[in-house]
Design a protein around this ligand. Structure first.
Ligand code: FAD
Ligand code: A2P
Length: 369
């Protein structure tokens, strides 16, 4: 004969087994989730980027209920599928200059084929990949990897979901009267279609887009800092991409772009097309440092444009659906902070208090280098 206590004890003893089975199913589900966008090839809908506002669910400890899954923030965003010890060797599909006649320096758009990667190297907008340049350093060791922001959407420039693109500026500086070329950026700007390149990643969860279609996205970019913004804008406004991603962006996207000369503006024709097609959703403000002057007579930087637009910008920031993304030169951070401080003051706000709040809320995203 079983006593009531024994039945209860027996029932309780099964709980760990039930939890175990539950987590096994959950982990299988997560492994599949990592496979997008391949899984969605040819399908109308796609897997959306995890919301930046996603909250961690708590496990219910009630006897009557089965435990709910603990969903870690951005748990379904792929990371480190390929590491430096076992990189993926991608083939270069194309490598072309993004600059116009009269531009300063060298900035290229480079696309790699991912289709032979196994496991598949998938990624989402706002992530980076690592590149391991060929050759050895001065100590005879293989060169270390360098990170580059991904400039394509998860569907790639060809919309087939099997490529990744970068926007790379060749680093060049003068030392003791000699021109020094950056190792990896020169390697990347020089590679040819058909060449094999060691790729790691993807990495990064700082620059992910929110899932909400009615979010507002403010983008502050200098130079190649445009890379993730180009991916965001394609996701929002590029016709074939929109068909693929089934993400009907309804908010306002405002791009502040800093470049030394007009000929250095990157992806300009695409952005002009988005302005024509989506005048109510896209705003584009440029700061051409060596052709325009700020009010003090100095070079025009994006922070000067931020100050000019303080009112409108802070109206947007007051809306908790607004996210701000900063990408490009590390040196712009103090300038942006200073401009935001002044702009906030004009609205009676304190930026040094506001910024940590925005950061905590997952609405202030910075990737500078
Ligand atoms: P290296 O050969 O490594 O030389 C760099 C070193 O040169 C510096 O560490 C410094 O010691 C020295 N140096 C640099 N400038 C000077 C100077 N003026 N005077 C004296 N010494 C100097 N880059 C892009 O082009 N596009 C991107 O989208 C991009 N995204 C990035 C994303 C992230 C998250 C990070 C961290 C970096 C990103 N970068 C990007 C920068 C990129 O990773 C490399 O740092 C850059 O390409 C230079 O690498 P390199 O191998 O050419 O230079
Ligand atoms: P400048 O070089 O005229 O001083 P690129 O990477 O193509 O050179 O573009 C970077 C842009 O960012 C340039 O217009 C550059 O201006 C500008 N820039 C340089 N330093 C800062 C800074 N501290 N804050 C904001 N923008 C900057």
């Amino acid at each position: 004969m079983y006593s009531q206590a024994k039945v209860l004890a027996g029932g309780l003893a099964h709980i760990p087994v039930i939890i175990g089975v539950f987590y096994l199913i959950l982990s299988l589900f997560n492994k599949r989730a990592l496979k997008f966008p391949q899984d969605n090839k040819g399908k109308k809908s796609d897997v959306k980027v995890a919301s930046t506002n996603a909250t961690t669910k708590k496990v219910s400890v009630s006897n009557a209920e089965a435990p709910k899954p603990v969903k870690k923030k951005h748990a379904d965003v792929p990371v480190n599928i390929y590491r430096p010890k076992t990189p993926y060797e991608g083939t270069v599909i194309e490598n072309y200059s993004l600059l116009k006649e009269g531009a300063i320096g060298r900035v290229n758009h480079i696309t790699f084929d991912l289709k032979d990667s196994d496991p598949f190297l998938n990624y989402v907008e706002g992530q980076s990949i690592g590149i391991m340049p060929a050759g050895e350093d001065a100590n005879g060791k293989p060169h270390k990897l360098r990170l580059y922001s991904i400039a394509s959407t998860r569907h790639g420039d060809n919309f087939e979901g099997n490529t990744v693109s970068l926007c790379v500026r060749q680093l060049q500086y003068e030392k003791d009267g000699e021109t020094i070329n950056g190792v990896c950026s020169t390697y990347l700007c020089d590679i040819k279609p058909g060449d094999k390149v060691k790729i790691t990643g993807p990495v990064g969860k700082e620059m992910l887009l929110p899932e909400e279609e009615d979010s507002n996205i403010v983008m502050l970019a200098t130079g190649t800092g445009i890379a993730p913004m180009r991916a965001y804008l394609r996701r929002m406004f590029e016709a074939t991409e929109k068909e693929k991603n089934n993400w009907n962006f309804k908010g306002k996207a405002w791009l502040f772009m800093g470049a030394p000369k007009s000929a250095n503006l990157l992806y300009e024709e695409d952005f002009q097309r988005y302005l024509t097609d989506y005048p109510d959703n896209f705003k584009y403000t440029k700061a051409i440092s060596r052709e325009e002057q700020n009010v003090k007579g100095g070079r025009m930087y994006i922070q000067d444009r931020v100050l000019e637009s303080a009112n409108e910008l802070f109206k947007m920031i007051e809306n908790d659906k607004t996210h701000i993304y900063l990408c490009g030169l590390k040196g712009m951070e103090p300038g942006i902070d200073e401009a935001m401080t002044k702009a906030a003051e004009e609205k009676g706000l304190n930026w040094s208090e506001l910024r940590p709040q925005l950061k905590k809320a997952g609405r202030w995203h910075v990737e500078t280098y």
